[in-house]
Design a binder for this molecule. Structure first.
Ligand code: C5P
Length: 310
């Protein structure tokens, strides 16, 4: 087979967590979580072409992004090719728009995009279960991006149940100039809970995520907006109070609700109309407590769009 003529372009979308409950530590050192994740339109574009020499080569237009085996997209290609016993290699070109250390899942999304793209290019038809197991080896958030759209996520992130698509909602994402480390956020939340901050206690019978699942199933977008919650916000805001300032600026600018994305540092706001989202984005740039912020006007993306391959 002549692999060299085979190429594909995959859009690799970001996610926001409508909810993120951290339930406690697990014996493997990870945390048990529940989350409702949502794909958004902000995306990287990944061009894949098969190489006959068995090498994996990665390039990226954003300085500072690793291009070696420490990049999750590189690892995804390596793990899938090895698991399938394939001698082919891969050229991976990433046009990066999703900021790093933002809680938007950019690296995990890139890894899932490579898994889907490579499966398509080589006609592997790997089963959904096997693909999810491979994705979970690469990172906790990677399995979500194989499902996309709106989904309930639990375990350490690797158990993903698709939910019906929510009605499209305009979203503004604000990324401050600093990032937040995910392992640090989880560790700091444990410390804050250990010193007895009861407002951060885990173990509520009905988590924010389970409430959110009900809202999504009922297509109750209004209550969806009042139910946003993220346990990792407290440690991130303690380290960077500006995060709370950005959220307040989004609400003052007309967002129906705002929340930090994942482990941070980006913050998103949900809006009624795209026009309101655009006006708010301009306003937030002016009033944000930290500069320079990157601001993205985007929208929720349904599953079918999230999983397209060109
Ligand atoms: O799985 P991933 O490599 O993306 O996780 C990065 C880090 O985030 C882990 O090493 C761990 O410190 C923390 N984490 C966690 N519990 C999770 C997911 C991530 O403690 N459910």
């Amino acid at each position: 087979m002549n692999f060299s003529t085979k190429s594909a372009i995959v859009r690799s979308f970001a996610k926001v967590n409508l909810t993120l409950d951290v339930l406690g530590t697990r014996p493997d050192g990870y945390h048990a979580i529940e989350s409702v994740m949502q794909t958004v339109g902000l995306h990287d574009t990944i061009s894949l072409s098969v190489r006959e020499d068995g090498e994996i080569r990665l390039s990226c237009d954003m300085p500072g992004i690793p291009t070696d085996e420490s990049n999750l997209a590189w690892r995804a290609a390596s793990v899938l090719l090895e698991a399938q016993g394939k001698a082919a290699g891969l050229d991976i070109r990433i046009e990066k728009r999703i900021p790093a250390q933002a809680g938007l899942g950019g690296g995990s999304s890139n890894a899932a995009a490579v898994l889907r793209g490579l499966d398509h290019l080589l006609g592997l038809s790997v089963s959904a279960d096997e693909m999810c197991a491979i994705a979970a080896r690469i990172g906790s958030d990677v399995p979500f991006f194989l499902v996309g759209g709106t989904a309930f996520v639990c375990g350490r992130g690797e158990e993903v149940q698709p939910l019906p698509d929510i009605l499209p909602v305009p979203v503004v994402i604000v990324k401050p100039p600093f990032g937040v480390s995910t392992p640090w956020s989880y560790r700091r939340l444990d410390e804050m809970r250990a010193i007895g901050d009861q407002s951060l206690a885990a173990g509520e019978r009905q988590t924010a995520s389970r409430h959110m699942v009900e809202c999504v199933r009922r297509s109750a977008v209004c209550s969806l907006k009042s139910r946003l919650a993220n346990d990792l916000e407290a440690p991130a805001v303690e380290q960077h109070p500006e995060i709370a300032g950005i959220k307040a600026a989004l609400i003052e600018s007309g967002a129906r609700a705002g929340l930090m994305c994942g482990s941070g540092s980006a913050v998103f706001g949900l809006f009624e109309t795209e026009a309101q989202a655009r006006t708010a984005a301009d306003n937030v740039v002016a009033v944000s407590p930290c500069r320079p912020c990157q601001v993205f006007v985007t929208r929720s993306v349904a599953r079918e769009e999230a999983l397209g391959i060109e």
